[in-house]
Every structure is written in C-alpha cells, then in structure tokens.
Design a protein around this ligand. Structure first.
Ligand SMILES: [Zn+2]
Length: 471
C-alpha cells in the first residue's frame, strides 16, 4: 500500500470557462459555464458554478485566475504500456504481429530500473497533456527479475498521478502456437499467483484511492484459454477489474477464426471476458453482433486512435459503440506504437478518426463526445465514474485548466461561434495552465511540479542505452 498523502490546501479557480462533463451520457455532456468558478477543499470539489465563487468559500484558499482558460475534468488514460518508452521509433513499416516479433526479444531483457525510468518519463509526459489518471498494462515479466510492478507504482506515486496498474501475463509461447518467444512467457500458475499477490499488496479499494490494480492477460494470441478463464475467476473473487487487448488487427481476427473457430469477441464472451467489470483495448474489428453484445453486457472499450493508425490496424467503430449504449474511453497505448503518447492529442485524433471512418463524416463524433470519452468514458472503464471524470461537488478534485486564448486557440474559443471545448478538441494541444490531482498541483504553467523532467529525460536515455546494449 502506498503512503497516505498530505491533504492539500483549499483552491478556488475563477473566471474560466467550465465543461463539467456532468451529463448522463456521451451525447449530453452536462452543464457548461462561460465564466465560472470551482472550489476545492480536502482534495474534493465543493462547488462549481457560473460567476465568482461564494465569498465564504474563498477564505484562506489559493486563488487561481482562470481568465482565458477552460476547466475540464482531468483526462483519463485507459490503455498504456509505459515500458515501451524505451523502444520508440522501431519497426516503422510493420503490422502488429511483425512489430511484436521484432520487439519481444528486446523487451525480454527489461529490468525494474528501466521500467522505473520509462514510467517516470511516460507518466510525467502524460501529466503535461492533462492526464490525471492513467492505467498501465504490463505483461513482460522476465524470469528472475523481481519488482517490476513496484517500480512503476513508485514512479506514479512520485509523479502524483492516480494510477491503475494492470498485472499482465502471457503463457502461450511460440512452441505452443502463440506469438511471443518461449523465454518471455510465464507458467500459468505462477502468473496467477503473482497476479493475486499484486492485488493483495497494491490494490486500494478505498474512496479516493491513488492506486488500484486490475488483472490483464495480454491477448488471445499470447495467452491460453485456461489462463484467461482462471484470471477472470480470480478477478471476480478479488473484486478487481479486468483488462486485455481484443480485436486489434485483421491478423488477430484471422488467428482467432482459424485457431479457435470464432471471432475475438465471441472468444472473449465464451471465456467470461465480457461484463461491466471489463474494459478492452482497441476493439477495431467488431461486427454488429459484437457491438450489441458489448452494450448489453456493459463491456467498455479503450479506444487508441493514434496507435491503431500507426500500425495500420484500422479504426474502431466508436460511433456505433456509443449509439448502441456501450462505453468508450481513450488510451494513448504504448510509446512504441504511438510515439506521441500525449492524451490531449488523442481527443483530436479520436474526432478525426471517427469522421474518416464511415459515411457519417462530420456527424460521426462531436468535440463534446470526444471530451466525454476522454473523461467520463475513461472513468467508467475504470469503474470510478462516481469519483472522477466530471466536475461536480463531491467528486475528487482532478481538474485540468487549459489555456484557450493562445494564437492558435483564441479565435475558436472566443470568436463569433466562441466555443472553448472546440478550441481544445479541434485545435492543436492547448497549453496546460494547471493540473490538480486530488487538489494537489501536479502541473503549473506547463511545468511538472512533482518530478524533475530534465532528470527523467536523462534517466530514461541511460535506461534505453542499457537496454539496447543488453546490460
Ligand atoms: Zn496495447
């Protein structure tokens, strides 16, 4: 368990536009204020509204003048592989299976110190793009190297983000018909025991938790059906959430049809891997029955548009999922397949990808729907929609304050059709004035306050060189 944090002092943010994202669903983004206030006390929001804050709320509080800014809930990243910061820019012309085949042998050498350096850089980078909560899906556990999950939790604690590490696993090596080399797969019983141990040591079910653990076998082509089934059983016994990759590429779809006789979604359903406690990364290749089944079972999707485009995997049917009533969140995915890994950019990418995908064109996704999936949708993926992803009294004070009065944003935010949310989503990434996580400032005026990014850049470079040299 991580050490409890000191309660931050009260904060009042005023004179900013506010998008609360407090509506009921993706097409009702909730109350917005042209020039409003947010009051924060003991790490939670106590008031949100139009005009200045009530005088009684401002006594002894830090005052933040949000003139020219837009306040939104902190963004929520629902899919990542932080260690991949160390292997960016490789296999640039490869589809997923070839890309994995090239990278597995490099990843097989990874150690906890390298994971710590990559996680510090990656989470710092995410914070600078307005992300207040991130997951990480780690599934590489080389034999004999202890402390990998601890290393990334320590990095998240130092950076100050809310963190949902997902204990991954792979047990289907090449000799058993899987894709990964045999030397980086685990014995399934060892993987299950280590997953249970990770939950026991690090999962904090209490309100306002900074660390919650999920279970996350890697994918249908690297995990046996037995390990998938038993991990689901374990998660439901322990009361934690379940995450995996699904239906990412055509090749995976073909692999499932040929070796398992069913689509990836049918396979997941049969294994007990659809449900309200499950969120699945990618889901690019879903047919209509699968979309309906996701909606009926309450299964959520982590949409990663940049990674899917980078690997030429296709574009997830986000509009169809939302219209059917399924939940969609946003993810940056690992930096080896999504070198930007800035979450604010994914709002923009999701908007464009949805509009490119089908005949609905510009009606496929609105700026507010994109922001909804980056906030409320993500909170729902992680089972925390009652605590994060919206700005209303009682919610945790995870707040991003964006500058939308820059050269590139001002006309969109404050012109004749003045729309600060459109400035954030249609425009280039907006500078981040302030990021609060549980009321604690993590970013101020575009700078990380919790960790030294210069040192993080130096450390991650050294870790990369060490990994490349195999030391
Ligand atoms: Zn992934």
């Amino acid at each position: 368990m991580t050490a409890p944090r000191r309660a931050p002092g009260p904060v009042v943010i005023e004179n900013c536009a506010i998008a609360t994202m407090d509506g009921r669903q993706h097409d009702d983004s909730g109350a917005e204020h042209r020039s409003g206030h947010i009051v924060v006390s003991d790490g939670r929001i106590t008031a949100v509204g139009e005009g200045p804050a009530p005088v009684s709320a401002t006594d002894g509080a830090r005052r933040v003048d949000g003139t020219g800014c837009l306040a939104t809930p902190g963004l929520i990243n629902t899919h990542h592989h932080l260690y991949q910061w160390l292997t960016q820019g490789r296999a640039q012309r490869s589809v997923l299976f070839d890309w994995l085949t090239e990278l597995y042998p490099v990843w097989a050498r990874i150690d906890p110190a390298q994971v710590h350096a990559a996680a510090t850089a990656g989470l710092g980078w995410l914070a600078l793009s307005g992300c207040s909560t991130s997951t990480d899906h780690h599934y590489i556990f080389p034999p004999g190297k202890q402390g990998i999950l601890e290393a990334e939790i320590a990095a998240a604690t130092a950076v100050g983000l809310r963190f949902h590490p997902c204990r991954g696993s792979m047990d289907l090596g090449r000799s058993a018909g899987g894709l990964p080399p045999d030397e980086i797969v685990e014995d399934p019983d060892d993987a299950l025991a280590a997953t249970a141990e990770a939950v026991r040591r690090f999962h904090d079910p209490s309100p306002g938790a900074m660390v919650r653990v999920a279970v996350a076998p890697c994918s249908p082509f690297s995990v046996s059906s037995r390990l998938m089934r038993e991990t689901a059983k374990l998660a439901r016994e322990l009361g934690v959430r379940m995450h995996t990759h699904l239906a990412e590429t055509r090749e995976e779809d073909m692999y499932c049809r040929q070796t398992l006789g069913r689509t990836p979604a049918e396979y997941a359903d049969e294994l007990g891997w659809l449900g309200e406690d499950v969120w699945l990364a990618h889901c690019v290749h879903l047919d209509e029955p699968a979309v309906k089944r996701f909606a009926v079972t309450g299964t959520s999707v982590a949409h990663c548009p940049t990674s899917n485009a980078r690997l030429g995997a296709g574009i997830a049917p986000v509009r169809q999922l939302l219209r059917a009533g399924a939940t969609v969140g946003l993810g940056v995915d690992g930096a080896a397949s999504s070198e930007g890994t800035a979450l604010a950019g994914e709002l923009h990418q999701a908007l464009l990808a949805a509009r490119v995908r089908d005949e609905h064109g510009p009606a496929a996704l609105t700026a507010r729907q994109a922001l909804w999936i980056g906030t409320r949708g993500g909170a729902t993926c992680l089972g925390r929609a009652d605590e994060i992803g919206a700005l209303r009294p009682g919610m945790l004070a995870d707040i991003a304050l964006w500058r939308v009065d820059t050269l590139a944003h001002d006309a969109i935010a404050h012109g004749p059709d003045g729309d600060p949310v459109a400035a954030l989503v249609f425009g280039p990434p907006a500078p981040l004035e302030l990021l609060l996580v549980g009321g604690t400032p993590v970013v101020e005026r575009g700078e990380l306050r919790t960790a030294d990014m210069t040192a993080a850049a130096r450390d991650v470079r050294a870790a990369r060189l060490r990994l490349e040299a195999g030391r």
